[in-house]
Each structure stands twice: as structure tokens, then as C-alpha cells.
Ligand binder design. Structure first.
Ligand code: FES
Length: 207
């Protein structure tokens, strides 16, 4: 597998690594694709809403460490509003790319940062808890990467229909039975949506 020099540098000498004492918020996310995890710690200035300090712990692969390292670099010193705009694509770009099967590692790092920001905002009354609905489902599906090409399943038009009614999620997928990643994607969908208390049942249909 071909890694860029930047990925190797951040893997060998990660920035902002380690547990933080007295953080304002801690978030941990796991990737259903591989079982790896990232924890992000934030310290936020209450007045300016700037990220004063950020660190991470990784329980995962080389790309997991490299993307968490770069994403914490990108977020440090930014306001929460600015940091909210940081995506996995920014992390990939800053690292000069990742192999397609490793793109999900950057999604995990970006997701964990966003969860930490969102948790901070909710805890400090800066944000209302959004109503769960089709929008939330679509946002979650955009975080699921089709490993073969390293793009999310919504951009790849693999999602034909999304419905939500009284706790029932219905998703029609555009993936053939011979697709080797079908079960893996279905499992990721269940993991992503299953964490919402509003979701009682998830039905995924394939052609
Ligand atoms: Fe799991 Fe990279 S293979 S985060």
C-alpha cells in the first residue's frame, strides 16, 4: 500500500497525541469498518469559543493516527464555527491523499472532532438537539465510505431512497448481490443509525 510522505511523517511523529487533563469535552468514535477507535479531547475558551487545546488518543491503524494528528493540527486555534467546517476531505488533502481502502480512517478522525464540537455546544446551550429525521439519516449515510473507491455511498448514488416513520428507517440501496462490500456497507448503516434512540428498526433493501 502506497502512503504519502506526509502520512508517514504524521504516523511516525504524531502531533497533539495524548490524554488531556481536565478537558472541556471528550468524544470517542469507532469505525464499524475495522473496529478502530479515536478519542478527541478539547479545551475551548468560553469567551472567544476558540479551541485552545486539542489532543487525541488512537486505537487503530497508521492512517488513523496520521489523520487524527492532522485533524487536530487543523482545528487548533480555530473557533468552533471554523472547526465545524473541517472535513475528512481536508484531512486527506493535507496528507496528500490516502489509499482508497483507508479513506474511512480520515472519516473517523473528522467525525470524532465534529462529535466533540457538537457535544460541547449541546452542553453549553449553544445548539439545540436536532430533530431526528430523513436529513439526519442522509448525513449519517454520507459518512459511510465505499472502500473500493474511497467515496461515500450517497455521492456514489448507491442510496436510492430513504424513509423514516415512527422509528422505522427504510433504505433502498443500489448495490448488486455480487458486490463484495454489500454486507459491510449494510453493517455500517446499522451501526451509524442504531446509536439514535429514535431508531427502533432499520430495513435495508437491495435489488
Ligand atoms: Fe481502521 Fe484505519 S483501518 S481506522
Amino acid at each position: 500500500m502506497q502512503y504519502s510522505q506526509k502520512v508517514l511523517d504524521h504516523f511516525m511523529h504524531p502531533h497533539n497525541v495524548g490524554k488531556m487533563e481536565n478537558p472541556d469535552v471528550v468524544a470517542t468514535e469507532g469505525s464499524p469498518a475495522c473496529g478502530d477507535q479515536v478519542t478527541v479531547y478539547l479545551k475551548v475558551d468560553e469567551e472567544t469559543k476558540k479551541i485552545e487545546d486539542i489532543s487525541f488518543l488512537s486505537y487503530g491503524c497508521a492512517s488513523n493516527i496520521a489523520t487524527a494528528s492532522i485533524i487536530t493540527d487543523l482545528a487548533k486555534g480555530k473557533t468552533l464555527e471554523e472547526a465545524k467546517k473541517i472535513t475528512w476531505r481536508d484531512a486527506m488533502e493535507a496528507l496528500d491523499g490516502l489509499p482508497p481502502v483507508k479513506v474511512h480512517c480520515s472519516v473517523l478522525a473528522a467525525d470524532t472532532l465534529q462529535t466533540a464540537i457538537s457535544d460541547y455546544e449541546i452542553a453549553h446551550g449553544l445548539k439545540e438537539v436536532p430533530n431526528f429525521g430523513k436529513e439526519t439519516i442522509l448525513e449519517e449515510l454520507k459518512k459511510i465510505i465505499y472502500p473500493q473507491v474511497g467515496e461515500d455511498i450517497v455521492s456514489l448514488k448507491m442510496v436510492k431512497y430513504v424513509g423514516f416513520d415512527k422509528g422505522e428507517v427504510l433504505i433502498d440501496m443500489n448495490m448488486m448481490s455480487f458486490d463484495q462490500w454489500r454486507d459491510n456497507v449494510a453493517e455500517e448503516i446499522r451501526e451509524h443509525l442504531g446509536k439514535y434512540p429514535e431508531v427502533k428498526n432499520i430495513q435495508i433493501n437491495f435489488p
